[in-house]
Design a protein around this ligand. Structure first.
Ligand SMILES: [Zn+2]
Length: 311
């Protein structure tokens, strides 16, 4: 899972000599690893920041392979925001290669109640790509709020002169988030207690936040995060899924979706494909709250269809 990148020295020199784009002038240059971190930074930073991100929309941030132009982005950035917890292991190489001594780096997982912390020895060769705990907490709205607060602190550290402006934006965002969270909970309330089966360990926080059956460790199609399931594993998951009365299988477009579909067919439940990195790829997802609107809506519709089918 750990992908090392090599950059040709000449290409690197050419990238680092390029000028800062004019649109960035006068704003704090924020670079995030993923789309949803960038969206939160934009919500809090408003007009005082320019925001970009590395792992492209629609791709898996767990397995992103950086490109040479990412070094240029890091070299020009003033504040670098990442989840941490090995989600973006690839980011370390890019930051090292960019050699930007003024870059302020912030990990924004602080304060999140982490799930799925491995208890035994960490073994990457066995597909253990979440060695410090599950980093996919963006679908728990409470954690969305914690990330926004952490981003606020990082913005104030990097740009204290605009503290009052960032504080107002944070308060506005928190107010909108609180309202939206109540709406999402109401939308999913009819399905409370149902079992959902994800392909990857990326829906555990969602399950906890919205009251789905929440086994610990989470019941996933992968045997371990990052480990493609064997035919034997798939058979076992189908049997266990039937026993657990799984109502919905969730997979993501950057995995082999045919596996999720085969499991769903075996269990007799619908399969829904949802990207967790849809901002910028899906026109309906333009920020954190619209991202959650889309995800919650899609899960609710699939569960409604599942209930109608069963009934
Ligand atoms: Zn993962």
């Amino acid at each position: 899972m750990l992908k090392k990148i090599k950059f040709a020295p000449l290409l690197l020199a050419a990238l680092l000599c390029a000028a800062v784009p004019g649109a960035w002038a006068g704003r704090l240059r924020v670079l995030a690893t993923t789309d949803y971190i960038a969206a939160l930074a934009k919500a809090v930073g408003g007009d005082k920041v320019s925001v970009d991100y590395l792992s492209p929309a629609g791709f898996d941030a767990d397995g992103y392979s950086p490109r040479p132009q990412d070094i240029f982005k890091v070299h020009q950035a003033q504040l670098f925001l990442m989840i941490g917890l090995n989600l973006e292991d690839w980011a370390r190489d890019v930051v090292d290669a960019a050699n930007n001594p003024h870059l302020i780096k912030a990990q924004i997982y602080h304060g999140i109640k982490l799930l799925d912390k491995p208890t035994g020895p960490i073994n990457y060769s066995f597909g253990d790509i979440h060695p410090y705990g599950n980093p996919h907490f963006q679908t728990d709205p409470e954690d969305g709020g914690i990330m926004a607060k952490n981003i606020y602190k990082a913005l104030v550290y990097a740009d204290p002169s605009n503290q009052a402006y960032y504080a107002k934006n944070l308060a506005d965002f928190e107010a909108r988030l609180t309202k939206a969270e109540a709406r999402w909970k109401a939308e999913l309330a009819p399905y409370k207690g149902e079992a959902i089966l994800p392909y990857h360990e990326s829906w555990h926080y969602f399950a906890e936040a919205f009251g789905f059956v929440d086994p610990n460790p989470p019941f996933t199609i992968e045997e371990k995060p990052g480990f493609v399931p064997s035919p034997r594993r798939i058979e076992d998951v189908i049997q266990d899924g039937k026993a657990a009365h799984v109502k919905l299988v969730i997979t993501e477009p950057y995995y082999d979706v045919s596996i999720g579909q085969a499991v769903a067919k075996g269990i007799g439940a619908p399969c829904v494909v949802i990207s967790l990195y849809g901002i910028g790829a899906n026109p309906k997802e333009t920020g954190y709250i619209s991202m959650m609107n889309y995800i919650v809506g899609k899960v609710a519709r699939a569960l409604k269809e599942s209930a109608a089918h069963a009934g």
